[in-house]
Write a protein that binds this ligand. Structure first.
Ligand code: ADP
Ligand code: MG
Length: 232
């Protein structure tokens, strides 16, 4: 049933993210040490490790996507700290709420659900942080990812659309290097923030790569067939 399947993909996405952030925590923290206060990787790892622990112990409700995303978002809000804790916390909660509104719709494609979740995350981050693309923040990875998904041909294989999304996030993160930060701690450095990869854009690209992986890996397993249910 579609809503259960969305939850399954979300669960896989959170587990992938927890692993990937843990593996890259020192790199992310080094990026933040260059233009911030050097806590980004360690803080995110603390938050996502707790989410993973919740999933493994059953401490997080996995019977609905809104509940799952809200619980995970609340974990990040409580444990990550800093700007990114509040921003990612809000992102997950808004994405979960938007998904829950549409997850029961049998007609909706997986790709459209990803689009809804990503747009929700961006709206949540924007509502709280008031940044725009080009400010050298996580939005510089997330916005190109959404644009690439929307730009993929409607009949493109789902896998191609997911890979285009993940590649756009990584390219967007890389493109923050020459930018001058206009939001967050890095903005205190002014022109000296240029020449460095933004840590939040880097972590967002990791989250998006995991989203693509979770969707691709679940193809044909847990999601409903994209065909009318009435057979000839
Ligand atoms: P802090 O700067 O409080 O230590 P983190 O180090 O965890 O927080 O996260 C820093 C990242 O947060 C930045 O690299 C940037 O991508 C993101 N960020 C900061 N402020 C904003 C904002 N107003 N809107 C969007 N993203 C932001
Ligand atoms: Mg920091």
């Amino acid at each position: 049933e579609p809503s259960a399947s969305v939850t399954t993909v979300t669960d896989a996405w959170l587990r992938c993210t927890a692993r990937a952030i843990h593996e890259r925590r020192l790199w992310l923290t080094d990026l933040d040490a260059a233009i911030g206060d050097g806590d980004h990787g360690i803080n995110l790892d603390r938050g996502f490790s707790a989410v993973l622990g919740d999933l493994e112990t059953g401490a997080i409700p996995t019977d609905g996507v809104a509940e799952l995303m809200t619980s995970a978002g609340r974990r990040l809000l409580g444990l990550v700290g800093g700007a990114s804790g509040a921003l990612y916390g809000r992102a997950l909660m808004t994405a979960g709420t938007r998904l829950a509104e549409r997850a029961g719709d049998e007609e909706i494609s997986r790709r459209t659900l990803v689009e809804i979740a990503l747009a929700g995350a961006i709206d949540g981050i924007t509502a709280l942080g008031r940044a725009v693309p080009g400010d050298k923040t996580m939005l510089d990875a997330l916005s190109p990812a959404l644009a690439a998904l929307r730009a993929a041909p409607p009949d493109a294989p789902e896998r191609d659309a997911m890979l285009a999304m993940a590649e756009a996030a990584e390219a967007g993160a890389t493109a923050t290097i020459p930018l001058v930060a206009r939001k967050g701690r890095a903005s205190y450095l002014g022109e000296r923030s240029a020449g460095h990869l933004d840590p939040g854009a880097a972590s967002s690209a990791i989250l998006i790569r995991c989203l693509a992986d979770a969707v691709i890996a679940s193809d044909g397993q847990s999601m409903p067939p994209r065909m009318p249910s009435a057979q000839p």
